[in-house]
Design a protein around this ligand. Structure first.
Ligand code: ATP
Length: 133
């Protein structure tokens, strides 16, 4: 079967580099799918779950937004942070969720950065939705 090379890169490390059959990525305007031979394009990504199919299995990776560059047989994801589902620390994400919810409950407090707390909450909720997938 024709295959795609999927690379997921963050400023810290190469999170994943593997041959896959299909990639479903969280585009800013909704999920998009990539099969081998796709026309080249670049897309901004939302905070969300990316999934790929390989040898009959579907695997999930948390992506904190970023960009996807697609060429005929290669998908490169550049993200601020990314974790494969099995590497997500659910307890850490749960703590991040609680901290963010506490901050959001103090909306009138000038020391609370609401936009930042909302972004943290979203990352935590998406991570929690991917753990165990
Ligand atoms: P936290 O407050 O727990 O750091 P965060 O959403 O602010 O959460 P990020 O800024 O997205 O964290 O990521 C910082 C680094 O920590 C990245 O390398 C990311 O992969 C890692 N990371 C954050 N949360 C988790 C988690 N729940 N499981 C595994 N790695 C995580």
């Amino acid at each position: 079967m024709a295959s795609l090379q999927l690379d997921i890169v963050t400023p810290d490390k190469l999170v994943l580099s593997t041959d896959v059959e299909y990639v479903g990525a969280p585009g800013l305007e909704g999920e998009f799918g990539i099969l081998p031979g796709h026309v080249p394009f670049i897309s901004a990504l939302a905070v969300g779950g990316l999934h790929y199919n390989k040898e009959g299995k579907t695997r999930w990776v948390f992506i904190s937004g970023g960009f996807a560059e697609i060429s005929e047989d290669k998908v490169t994801i550049l993200a601020e942070s990314a974790e494969e589902a099995e590497n997500i620390d659910a307890a850490r994400a749960e703590l991040a969720r609680k901290r963010a919810e506490e901050r959001l409950s103090k909306k009138g407090d000038p020391d609370v950065n609401i936009v930042r707390a909302e972004a943290t909450l979203q990352r935590a909720l998406v991570r929690l939705s991917i753990t165990g997938r």
